[in-house]
Design a protein around this ligand. Structure first.
Ligand SMILES: [Zn+2]
Length: 299
């Protein structure tokens, strides 16, 4: 099994939130892959075209959160209802990716802890955004009953409420210098805009949107194996991978430059802050989109 943490496995076995995520993800055939060029592919947004990069983290709970985040991206990513209505408008596309990132992040950064509060002690030693709701006193001992009750009674609404609270931090003018969890959320946000710019240039995103409508319809209406084979052939066609082993190599390389520059600034800031003995969140795992803690839209 992909998941390694007992709490996550239990939620799957007991048909809880993790089971829901995996079920939604599995509605279409998917593929897992090992990157051929980590420098270029690390921040590539493969869930958009149905792929999940295999990654190893020292902290296995964080690794499981990474996979849940990527699965939620893929499982909740909408495409046009039919071939004639594939998304081809850049503004709608940007909004869609942004919303998808918010949704995946709300799951892997917040609602997973409503479902499995005991997971929190296995993840990060630094404060994260959800702590202010579930553990407002700053300890991971007992989660706030009010939020646990809300989660039990109306998980969809609480998920949205938390998602927008997080989104408000990202788009706010406040710099949150005295609020480290919010401060670091915000620091990663700008990459989503760079990502959208790269993909809307020349309308490149339309190619993915159209291909995904075809892939989805072929998968649901016929043999999943054949549909996936065709889809992979397309991803590695000359038109898409440009003779490399990376689909959309040009876009991957372009965004990896932005990503690396951002990461270096972040690491420098961490170093500086550590020297000042300030606890800094380790968001290495999620750095693709500040937003996304793991991918674009912010990832
Ligand atoms: Zn993401």
């Amino acid at each position: 099994m992909l998941f390694e943490t007992d709490e996550i496995k239990r939620s799957y076995d007991q048909c809880g939130l993790v089971w829901d995520v995996v079920e939604r993800f599995s509605k279409l055939p998917r593929f897992f892959f090992t990157p051929s060029d980590m420098n270029v592919e690390a921040p590539h947004f493969a869930p958009w075209w149905g792929g999940v990069m295999l990654r190893e983290y020292d902290n296995k709970a964080v690794q499981d959160l990474y996979y849940l985040h990527e699965m939620e991206h893929a499982g909740t990513m909408p495409y046009g209802p039919d071939k004639n209505h594939a998304i081809d408008d850049p503004v709608t596309f940007k909004n869609k990716i942004r919303d998808n990132e918010h949704q995946a992040s709300a799951l892997s950064e917040m609602t997973i802890y409503c479902e499995i509060p005991e997971l929190r002690r296995h993840t990060f030693s630094h404060p994260i955004f959800v702590d202010r709701f579930l553990w407002p006193r700053g300890t991971c001992e007992k989660a706030c009953q009010k939020f646990l009750d809300k989660w039990k009674n109306d998980p969809e609404m609480l998920s949205k409420e938390m998602m927008y609270a997080r989104a408000s931090v990202l788009t706010s003018q406040t710099d949150y210098e005295n609020d480290l969890a919010a401060f670091w959320l915000k620091r990663f946000y700008s990459q989503g805009q760079a990502w959208s710019k790269i993909w809307t240039k020349g309308g490149r995103f339309v190619q993915v949107e159209k291909a995904m409508v075809v892939f989805r319809d072929e998968s649901l209406g016929g043999d999943r194996r054949i549909a996936l084979d065709r889809h992979l052939q397309w991803l590695f066609s000359a038109e898409v991978s440009e003779g490399t082993s990376v689909p959309f190599y040009t876009q991957a390389r372009e965004f990896s430059t932005v990503y690396s520059a951002h990461k270096n600034r972040y690491l420098a800031a961490v170093k500086k802050n550590n020297e000042g003995e300030v606890i800094i969140p380790n968001r290495e795992y999620s750095s693709k989109w500040a937003v996304q803690n793991f991918s674009p839209g912010g990832g």
